[in-house]
Design a protein around this ligand. Structure first.
Ligand code: G3I
Length: 333
């Protein structure tokens, strides 16, 4: 059987894993992992998982993934050093529950980043240093970081501390809704450009790319990749999935063969473009946000009770039409 990553030698093909037991050879998921040569945790390397209480770090899952990746000639993406969601309960407050001051928060950020990036030094190909720091209008998101720190200083320092801790890891800023032109993409562009001008060590931009059957278009995504590549930055597609719906709020419908075929064609045209951009040196990694449809975060979201099927494999671990589209497209005609 053709392994998917062998069709795309110009970029790493990754998948998000939601349970480290997948790496055990006894796991039913284990053989599917061979299609990929890059791995990221869907949740297990987020802030709450890595430092559940202050000063108590948990590296078990990260180290299992690193070992699996090494044994299988693959790489690991670290997701994510900082985020406004899935943070440990203590991070922004003191013991009495009061908001901490700027210096305390910066110190906590420094310790979090230096401990984790330092411990895993040399074993992480790319770090999402910060995740989703922008608001829809392109200004900085009004998160607890922003509320307490009051500027983009924490972003700049996060990148500097990450670089200091692991000089070889690529350092990325990751966000959604940025793969077509608009205020959010413009805001990101201005932010990374000013970071580059100030000598902040940033290597690339992660496009999450949670998309649907209709938009954004492949050409919009291509233009967006080129826009950031023109700044000398690397681009990675970090959380790709294609919902079988035509809009985020389309009501529940039957997921027919015809819809899965449409999805397969959309994946195929997207991957043709990725191949071209990777060959130009603009794109280094494409990661699918989950292995099997039944476990996708898009089931029940954002429409309650609505099933989705956005990934490469179904709940029976069988490859879907998208596999044929990528491996033997002529068979679809
Ligand atoms: O761990 C608890 C478990 O103990 C409990 O029994 C269960 C009951 O609901 O919940 C479990 O936690 C869930 C966690 O996933 C692990 O499965 C959370 O409720 C759930 O909210 C969480 O969702 C994750 C989401 O991030 C949280 O924001 C998704 O799996 C994950 O796919 C999603 O990933 C994000 C990226 O990190 C950033 N970009 C957007 C993307 C999709 O939202």
């Amino acid at each position: 059987k053709t392994l998917l990553h062998t069709i795309y030698p110009d970029f790493q093909l990754g998948v998000a894993i939601n349970n480290s037991s997948y790496f055990e050879s006894s796991s039913e998921y284990n053989s599917l992992l061979k299609h990929f040569n890059s791995f990221v945790f869907e949740n297990s390397m987020k802030m709450d998982a890595m430092q559940p209480s202050e000063g108590e770090f948990n590296f078990n899952n990260a180290k299992k993934m690193i070992k699996f990746a090494k044994d299988n000639d693959s790489v690991v993406r670290g997701h994510t050093l900082l985020w406004h969601s899935q943070y440990p309960y203590w991070f922004f407050t003191d013991k009495s529950g009061k908001k901490v001051d700027k210096d305390t928060l910066l110190k906590r950020i420094e310790t979090h980043i230096k401990t984790i990036a330092g411990e895993l030094k040399g074993d992480i190909n790319t770090w999402d240093v910060v995740n989703e720091v922008l608001a829809e209008n392109g200004t900085l998101r009004e998160s607890q970081y922003y509320d307490i720190i009051g500027s983009d200083e924490y972003i700049e320092m996060a990148f500097r501390w990450a670089r200091e801790s692991d000089p070889k890891a690529k350092l990325f800023i990751n966000d959604y809704g940025i793969s077509r032109k608009g205020p959010k993409q413009d805001g990101l562009y201005n932010l990374v450009k000013s970071m580059l001008d100030r000598g902040v060590p940033i290597d690339g931009v992660g496009f999450q790319t949670h998309i649907n059957l209709n938009y954004p278009s492949v050409e919009d995504i291509r233009k967006s990749i080129k826009r950031f590549a023109a700044l000398g930055l690397d681009v990675q597609i970090t959380e790709l999935d294609i919902s079988v719906y035509k809009s985020d709020n389309e009501p529940k419908k039957e997921i027919t063969e015809e819809i899965l075929l449409e999805q397969a064609y959309r994946y195929k045209s997207l991957f043709d473009m990725f191949k071209e951009e990777a060959a130009l040196g603009n794109l280094s990694n494409v990661t699918i946000w989950g292995l099997t449809d039944d476990k996708s975060w898009l089931n029940d979201f954002p429409v309650k009770g609505r099933e989705n099927a956005p990934l490469f494999f179904d709940g029976n671990l069988k490859e879907k039409t998208v596999y044929t589209a990528l491996v033997n497209p002529e068979e679809l005609n």
